[in-house]
Design a binder for this molecule. Structure first.
Ligand code: CXF
Ligand code: ZN
Length: 372
């Protein structure tokens, strides 16, 4: 069938909304009519090349929700009309990682930057009108009016789920919340530093607050993001890392934060090193962010690493299990413990996608969302 989607033809490049051809769903695939897609910084990293994908053109978008429109032959568990939230990481359910409660590290994850079907590298679900294959971002391409995905990339949600908010569960919520609650293992009473109060940072704040952080310091240069973070549970919000670290030290008798979470849009080694200098002995730096690989060295103190047993942990989708955690987080939203509506700053049409990313760069958005 025909669809319209936002593609990147080259890198670096800008999104271009164009007509695309979408393959019919095969076995274990579903076709979904998109309702909403969050505009994550990682799609911009695809546009700059900081997050390299194998095939261009690529249709962007990895944080979305929609309604099943068709299912492939012999595809169990999904039916037309079902509401789904996508997971930007598939979960096969069988590999070592899925089987041990680490779905975020599912072996299929290695294939999602390839852009094709993972069981058939020559086969693409999207193409241009002239037949040129179009890669799917993270195997899902949520910047398209319709998309066909493997069932491993979709989580069924209740019929009354507001998909225009729940789309955030596909990346930002799990990535941020999990960075505090799971990867960072924030404990009641902890002092926590969160660098960056954008989409991911807003959920890191909410996760840390939910886990009982007593002092929750947010660092962001943009005033309205600091105010938003305060309303989401941060106890303090400052403009610079130096101020944040000084605050953490003042609350801990000079020891430093228990956990520091780095969620800034474009990370460098200096951001990690700064966070590292702000944690206590045996404290943890959690890194959720992406940046230019060439610019990320780690100028940390080896003495502090060894003598203070400090830890630096990468965090992919917040160390979560999307099939289990997306429904749990949805329940927390329904119960009022997780705020989604407040994190969405602006809604855009698909055709306004580049304006949305310009707004993100200008610091105007916490999260922009495309409504279809
Ligand atoms: C990223 C992690 C690397 C792959 C794309 C998504 N996380 C959040 O956006
Ligand atoms: Zn993302």
């Amino acid at each position: 069938m025909k669809t319209r989607g936002a593609i990147l033809r080259t890198v670096p490049g800008k999104f271009e909304v164009t007509d695309l051809i979408l393959d019919d769903p095969r076995q274990n695939e579903i076709r979904v009519k998109m309702v909403a897609s969050g505009m994550c910084h990682s799609d911009d990293h695809m546009a700059t090349g900081d997050l390299p994908v194998a095939v261009y053109p690529v249709c962007g978008g990895h944080e979305g929700a929609g309604i099943v429109d068709a299912v492939g032959p012999n595809t169990k568990g999904f039916a037309p009309g079902d509401k789904v939230v996508f997971s930007f990481l598939p979960a096969c359910g069988k590999c070592r990682w899925c089987a041990t409660g680490h779905q975020n590290l599912c072996d299929l994850g290695a294939t999602v930057l390839v852009g094709s079907r993972w069981d058939d590298p020559e086969s693409f679900r999207l193409s241009l009108a002239d037949g040129t294959p179009v890669g799917q971002a993270l195997g899902i391409s949520t910047f398209s009016e319709y998309t066909t995905v493997a069932v491993d990339s979709a989580v069924k949600v209740p019929d009354d789920t507001p998909l225009e908010k729940a789309c955030l569960l596909g990346c930002a919520v799990g990535t941020g919340w999990g960075s505090a609650v799971r990867t960072g293992d924030v404990q009641a009473g902890d002092t926590v530093l969160v660098f960056g109060a954008g989409g991911i940072g807003s959920f890191a704040v909410q996760g840390a607050a939910h886990a009982g952080a007593a002092r929750l310091i947010v660092v962001d240069p943009v005033e309205f993001k600091r105010e938003s973070a305060l309303s989401l549970g941060a106890t303090h919000a400052v403009a610079t890392a130096e101020e944040g670290i000084a605050l953490a030290q003042s609350f801990t008798n000079g020891q430093g934060a228990d956990v520091a979470i780095v969620t800034v849009g474009v990370i460098t080694g200096d951001h990690v090193a700064q966070a590292f200098s702000g944690i206590r002995k045996q404290g943890t730096v959690v890194v959720t962010a992406l940046g230019n690989a060439a610019a990320v060295g780690l100028p940390i103190s080896i003495l502090e690493l060894t003598l203070y047993e400090k830890k630096i942990k990468g965090s992919l989708f917040g160390s979560s299990n999307p099939s289990a955690d997306i429904p749990i987080l949805l329940d927390l939203y329904r119960a009022g413990y997780l705020k989604l509506d407040e994190v969405i700053t602006t809604e855009y049409s698909l055709d306004e996608i580049n304006r949305g990313y310009e707004d993100m760069h200008a610091g105007k958005n916490i999260r922009g969302v495309i409504r279809f």
